[in-house]
Design a protein around this ligand. Structure first.
Ligand SMILES: *[C@@H]1O[C@H](CO)[C@@H](O)[C@H](O)[C@H]1NC(C)=O
Ligand SMILES: *[C@@H]1O[C@H](CO)[C@@H](O)[C@H](O)[C@H]1NC(C)=O
Ligand SMILES: *[C@@H]1O[C@H](CO)[C@@H](O)[C@H](O)[C@H]1NC(C)=O
Ligand SMILES: *[C@@H]1O[C@H](CO)[C@@H](O)[C@H](O)[C@H]1NC(C)=O
Ligand SMILES: *[C@@H]1O[C@H](CO)[C@@H](O)[C@H](O)[C@H]1NC(C)=O
Ligand SMILES: *[C@@H]1O[C@H](CO)[C@@H](O)[C@H](O)[C@H]1NC(C)=O
Ligand SMILES: *[C@@H]1O[C@H](CO)[C@@H](O)[C@H](O)[C@H]1NC(C)=O
Ligand SMILES: *[C@@H]1O[C@H](CO)[C@@H](O)[C@H](O)[C@H]1NC(C)=O
Length: 368
């Protein structure tokens, strides 16, 4: 697996020093100057251990068989057999071997806080949603998007205290802010239906807008948004559906959310000075694999789960585990395998296909 964790630090430090250096020496090094660290917000698709630090939280991946293909077969809190999408994206964007560390881990052991925040931070929490209430009733305590943004505000303060206001905001303007969230809002909506589907899409988009504007106000400029995948095709949805089919209603809502997020982002980039974005259509990416499963032998079932009368079980020691993880699109009842995450990251980092990523890819956004 890649180059090992130790290689991460020096590479990142070089980038950071180059950034600060470029800001002090007057101009020209545009290429170096525009590459800042990466901050990650989201749910279990991006969580790299946040929830391990929340006592009351039951959305956890800190036990086998999670991490079975990770370095040392460690269950790190990633909802994957190995690396997750946070890791695979930052690897491809360059300067990282794995995701920046979880905010709660850096706070818990303060010894590396100051050094690590300059390499970026991961705030994502499994079970979280865009709306504040999401996750609490299913999983106890999770870090909502609102709290993730508040934690970033703290980090922003720490960075400007460290580098000074001018260099600090320069670094944060050149940083990239990656989001993967909304699936839990959608699933909660399907179970509770407190409003019409149309109202839900508007409500969710407005909630997203609130958080993005808040971050823009704190100086964030480069927004990489990963929209909601076809969660009506994830193994848990299929296990509850007659004949194991995808749930069309859920999928249609995921698509509607994508289109609505796209309008929002277009609007924000035309009304907010310097606002740049890249929107990944994970709906299309995933459907593309499901309908043309090149490289995968099984795109319907979870690699790690037991079938029970209540639907699929969670992934834990003793349940059915498939032999070859790389043959599967889905690792557990909800989440992709490491291999699927790598494929998705490759598309959003480098693709030029507007069906998958628009208006620019993440790699171009990072350098923008
Ligand atoms: C943790 O869960 C218990 C029992 O559900 C609850 O009483 C308590 O308030 C929770 N603590 C926090 C910090 O949420
Ligand atoms: C802090 O950094 C040191 C040196 O890189 C490392 O050995 C240690 O494990 C880190 N501590 C934590 C809590 O990550
Ligand atoms: C970061 O900022 C917060 C809020 O201002 C502060 O309480 C904390 O001590 C700072 N952390 C460090 C390591 O400076
Ligand atoms: C979304 O709907 C909930 C429930 O009706 C409401 O409390 C919340 O304020 C709405 N959010 C937005 C941004 O409209
Ligand atoms: C763009 O956003 C502004 C402010 O949020 C809103 O007033 C306007 O109607 C939006 N325009 C479009 C075309 O959606
Ligand atoms: C991709 O998404 C766009 C917009 O949602 C849609 O029009 C198009 O048909 C999709 N393409 C594929 C291959 O799914
Ligand atoms: C996919 O895997 C599941 C369980 O691992 C198995 O029951 C199912 O038959 C497989 N489907 C295909 C198409 O191979
Ligand atoms: C990303 O998109 C840009 C612009 O469309 C394109 O030139 C480039 O080849 C793509 N890939 C990378 C790695 O930037």
């Amino acid at each position: 697996m890649t180059m090992g964790l130790i290689a991460q630090k020096p590479v990142l430090l070089v980038i950071y020093l180059a950034v600060v250096g470029a800001l002090t020496t007057s101009a020209k090094q545009a290429e170096v100057q525009t590459i800042g660290p990466i901050f990650i917000f989201g749910d279990s698709t991006m969580d790299v251990g946040t929830n391990n630090h929340i006592k009351n939280c039951t959305a956890r991946a800190d036990h086998p068989y999670y991490g079975i293909d990770y370095l040392g077969s460690q269950a790190t809190g990633r909802f994957s057999n190995g690396l997750n999408t946070a890791d695979t994206i930052v690897q491809l964007l360059g300067g990282y071997d794995t995701s920046p560390q979880p905010y709660l881990a850096l706070v818990e052991d303060g010894s590396n806080f100051t050094r690590e925040i300059l390499n970026g931070v991961n705030f994502a929490s499994g079970g979280a949603g865009l709306a504040r209430s999401i996750g609490q009733s299913f999983y106890g305590q999770v870090v909502s998007m609102e709290e993730q943004v508040q934690q970033f505000e703290t980090v922003r303060g720490n960075i400007t205290a460290l580098l000074g206001e001018s260099k600090g905001s320069g670094l944060l303007q050149n940083s990239m802010y990656i989001f993967s969230i909304g699936s839990n809002d959608l699933m909660t909506y399907i179970f509770t239906r407190p409003m019409t589907p149309e109202q839900f899409v508007v409500n969710l988009t407005d909630t997203y807008a609130f958080h993005l504007k808040n971050l823009y106000g704190m100086g964030a400029r480069k927004f990489g948004i990963i929209s909601i995948p076809p969660i009506g095709c994830c193994p848990i949805a299929r296990s509850l559906s007659p004949g194991g089919a995808c749930t069309d209603e859920t999928n249609n809502l995921a698509r509607a959310c994508h289109d609505s997020f796209e309008s929002l982002l277009k609007n924000m980039s035309s009304t907010l000075e310097g606002f740049k974005y890249s929107l990944a259509n994970t709906y299309n990416m995933t459907m593309n694999i499901i309908t043309k499963p090149v490289g995968f032998k099984n795109v319907t079932s979870a690699c790690c789960a037991d079938m029970t009368p209540q639907g699929l079980s969670e992934c834990k020691k003793g349940v059915h585990l498939c032999n070859n993880r790389d043959d599967y699109l889905f690792w557990d009842a909800f989440h992709p395998t490491q291999k699927a995450s790598k494929l998705a990251a490759t598309a959003l980092a480098f693709s030029q296909d507007p069906d998958f990523i628009s208006p620019i890819n993440f790699s171009s956004l990072r350098k923008a």
